[in-house]
Design a protein. Structure first.
Length: 246
C-alpha cells in the first residue's frame, strides 16, 4: 500500500513537471528575409535554410520554441527595437552601426561581397564603374558598400536600384534589366546555380554573420550564445555547412 502511494505521488509529480514545462516553454519570434539562399529561402511555401535550421537547433538545445517570420530585410532591426521580433536570423553582418541598436551573438559565418552579372555578359569588376545600373537589397551591407564606395565617389554614374527581395534582383538581372548586383558571395554563388547569372568578382569586406536580439536583452543573448557554442562543438554546425554548402 505504502509502495503504491509513493508511486502515485511520483506519477503526479512527473505529470505536473511535464505539463508545466510544456506550458512554460517560451516562444520567440524570429525575423528573417527569406530571399537569401542557402541561409533562408522559401521552398514549397516553407521558410527553410541554414539559418533556420541553426536557430531551431539552438532553440531545441536551450529549451525554447521559435516562430519564423519572413519580412523585408530593412524591417528586421526596427522589429527588434519595437519588440515585434525577439530574434533576427538573416545572414546579418555584425557591423558597428548595427551594434548601436541591437546585440549580436558570437559570429557563426564569414563572407565577402561579390559582383553578379548575366551569364552571357563578359563584364568584370569594371561593371561597377561608369554608366551601369546596379541592384542591391535595401539596408544590406552590399547596399551600403555601393553607396559609400561607388555613388558618393561618382565612380558609378548609373543608378543604384534598391529591392526588398533578392528574388527580384535576380529576376531583373536574368532579364538584363540591370547590369550587375552586389551581394554576399555565398548567396550569389547559390543563385548562379539555378539562374542565368554568374559571379565575376569578389569584394573583400571580411564580414561575419551574427544572430541579433534587441539591445540589452542579455538573457536571450546568453541562451543563443550557449546554444551556438553547443552547435559548434557537437558537430551540428559542420553538418549544416556540409548540407548547405558542399
Ligand atoms: N550580410 C548582409 C547584411 O547583413 C546581407 C544580409 C541579407 N540577408 C537576408 N536574409 N536577405 O547586410
Amino acid at each position: 500500500m505504502k509502495f503504491k502511494k509513493s508511486l502515485v505521488f511520483i506519477f503526479v509529480v512527473a505529470a505536473v513537471l511535464v505539463l508545466s514545462s510544456g506550458v512554460m516553454a517560451q516562444t520567440y519570434v524570429v525575423g528573417t528575409n527569406a530571399s537569401f539562399p542557402p541561409f533562408e529561402y522559401v521552398e514549397e511555401g516553407e521558410i527553410v535554410g541554414f539559418d533556420i535550421e541553426l536557430i531551431k537547433e539552438i532553440a531545441k538545445l536551450q529549451g525554447f520554441e521559435v516562430e519564423v517570420r519572413d519580412i523585408s530585410f530593412d524591417s528586421l532591426i526596427p522589429g527588434l527595437a519595437s519588440g515585434s521580433l525577439d530574434i533576427v536570423a538573416a545572414g546579418m553582418t555584425i557591423t558597428e552601426k548595427r551594434e548601436e541598436v541591437v546585440d549580436f551573438s558570437e559570429p557563426y559565418y564569414s563572407a565577402n561581397q561579390s559582383v553578379l552579372v548575366h551569364e552571357e555578359s563578359d563584364a568584370n569588376l569594371t561593371v561597377l564603374f561608369g554608366n551601369h545600373d546596379i541592384g542591391v537589397q535595401t539596408g544590406t551591407t552590399g547596399d551600403t558598400w555601393v553607396r559609400e564606395n561607388l555613388i558618393q565617389t561618382d565612380i558609378l554614374t548609373g543608378e543604384i536600384r534598391n529591392y526588398d527581395s533578392y528574388v527580384f534582383v535576380i529576376r531583373d538581372l536574368s532579364n538584363q534589366n540591370i547590369d550587375a548586383a552586389v551581394l554576399d558571395k555565398p548567396v550569389a554563388e547559390t543563385y548562379s546555380q539555378n539562374n542565368p547569372v554568374q559571379v565575376v568578382a569578389e569584394i573583400i569586406t571580411g564580414e561575419e554573420y551574427g544572430i541579433a536580439v534587441g539591445e540589452g536583452n542579455e538573457e536571450l543573448l546568453a541562451e543563443i550564445n550557449a546554444g551556438l557554442e553547443k552547435v559548434k562543438n557537437n558537430g551540428t554546425m559542420e553538418k549544416l555547412i556540409q548540407k548547405y554548402f558542399e
